[in-house]
Design a protein around this ligand. Sequence first.
Ligand code: GLA
Length: 736
Amino acid sequence: MARALRFYAVFLVLIAPGMSAFSQASVRYLADKKLFVLGSASTTYIFGVNERGELQHLYWGPHLWRDEELAAAHSPGAPIDISPTAAGQEFAGWGDGLYFEPCLKVTFPDGNRDMVLHYFGHDIAGNELTVTLKDIQRAVFVNLHYTIDPATGILRRDAVIENRTGGPIIIESAQSGTWYPPQGERYRLRYLTGKWAGEWQLNEETIHPGSRILESRTGSTGYYANPWFALDHPGDQDPEHGSVWFGALGWSGNWRIDVEETPFEQVRVTGGYNTFDFAYHLAPGESLTTPPFYAGYTASGIGGASRLLHRFERTEILPDSSGLRTRPILYNSWYATGFNVNMANQEALAREAASLGVERFVIDDGWFGERNSDRAGLGDWFVNPQKFPQGLKPLIAYVKSLGMDFGIWVEPEMVNPDSELYRKHPDWVLNFPGRPRSQGRHQLVLNLARDDVKEYTFHWLDRLVTENDIAFLKLDHNRDFSEPGWPQVAPDEQRNLWVLYTKNLYEIIDRLRQKHPKLEIETCAGGGARVDLGMLHRTDQAWVSDNTDALDRLIMQDGFTYAYTPHIMEDWVTDVPNGIDGRTVPVKFNFLAAMEGSLGIGADLNRWNTEQLTTAKRMVAYYKTIRQTVQNGSLYRLASLRNGGNFAASEYVSEDSSQIVLFAFLHSQEFGDVLPPLRLLGLDGQALYCVHRIDDTLIEQSAMLSGDYLMHHGISLRLTGDYGSTSLRFDKVSAK
Ligand code: GLA
């Protein structure tokens, strides 16, 4: 009966009237050929069970529509190489002669380390496919879950490893799966790396035989690399055309993506928990779920790949309908008042912020315990009575009376040794007994893998949000792990913390959100070190970098959008000269750069003069007319400052195509050069657009411009000197 209903559900999905072809997705099993076919209107993904019982990958690319021509899986074999090496398995155990990256590596108590996974069964429920594999002898089962998103064709997969043997097993590698772009072709890899104040640097390189490892060993997503990749062909120059295979992991702890080219000209992308220092003790009857690994295909170039991901993130990853709403304009007082927060200076800033049109006021670090610098107080989450004698309520009431809602900074995973919490619970931090406890920013990491620490953390956060009218938490995490010991459990269980810490962090956030459904959260980690699809599944926006220099931000924001939607990309306008680079850019340039995503302000507004405040007010009002398009529209990256570029431009097309927003930035003019015409993308050629100017930089004087003119002739901008900038809004008036 259940199966019949499921079939009916699939049938309904396929024929529901009014549905565009684009919204169709299907998951099918072709029993005669033992093939699994997952498809959307734009893409198809196929694997099958071969004669040896292995789950063999067969196809991933543009949509295929004729089942009749699909062939069953056959183990290719080779004169010398053993089959599993040559056959691209969807999820290979390490055993039976596998010489490339496995998805599962296990040690049994008797010393056996052989794991050969064969097909055991499957189940299809709507858009979800579960294929069960089992070791050829021992009761280790793996359930591979696949779903496909109808709108974007993006696949999600994870693996649940079940120990049904009578003894514990140690898992040394647990990956979510391996992705295979077509064999026999050369590929270019794009990936993101960075460091504090320099996150989101885009790298491109041709893949050669061997492995390129992207990973984090820091305990969280990390600055050094981000769990996203994209593959295309090395010569492709057009960002809007050509095949791209891309993917991202949803995991905020140690992760790893291994991009490997075999001597058989097969690229394999295997991702999941980082194998470094990994040894997960799985007791009998227990299971371990790997992180979700998402991936998609497009024929519309790297620009199209980003747009698919952005859409998927807004509709399928971000909590509830967060990705469909728009983000409020926020003010944050960190750069203005630092740790020296008090009732009077926060009220003064709130007043100025409200007068500019800001919608959310956020008080940052320094409001609690003895937190007068970064040396003390972290962990003591009670309001500092000298700074706020009546608690937070009077400030919140004042902020609300100005028409804004209220947000607050927290860093729940950390503790300063100079704190009441640490004096009471020195055993709560990650440590190896008798070894030094290395400090970063004068703080230690609480071991969230411990259930008592998890419960304590959830309860104080819950109390803070319950007792105060708090709309928003800025959730920070300012140092990486060191000495990752967990002395309270047996030595062979200690390394489970690499998984349990992050799972418990997720649980805390999930419970908090469940209890406070209106609460919004920003993911922040000393800048942008914790942005990934796991974190974004439970937060509403992301802090990109502590570096708010507008020029650096343009490069970082450009990199960020390869993987993540502008919807969540939080940027603030701060004071100049900038605290990191010492650079001074005009207020307009600063604002327009911050408008490429979700706009915020972090300047000391009490020091701003009338002219600056007037520009700020105008910019905030302008942003309100375009933010729906910027945050929820389609992004076209037109030009970048990366690699020494002198000009940057980004374009956003609203979901219904009725509004286009353009931002353009000149670093510095040289040799009297005039900018060549800038051609827009993705417009309706036959439509007329009404031009809205914020200044006089557009040379075309016509009040209307056609889509064809904008796309084919291009517009001329008069940006001169250093840090010239403009934004244009085009509102669609009519079709010809
Ligand atoms: C981190 C964040 C900053 C700020 C400080 C406060 O560095 O990234 O935005 O909140 O912590 O200590």
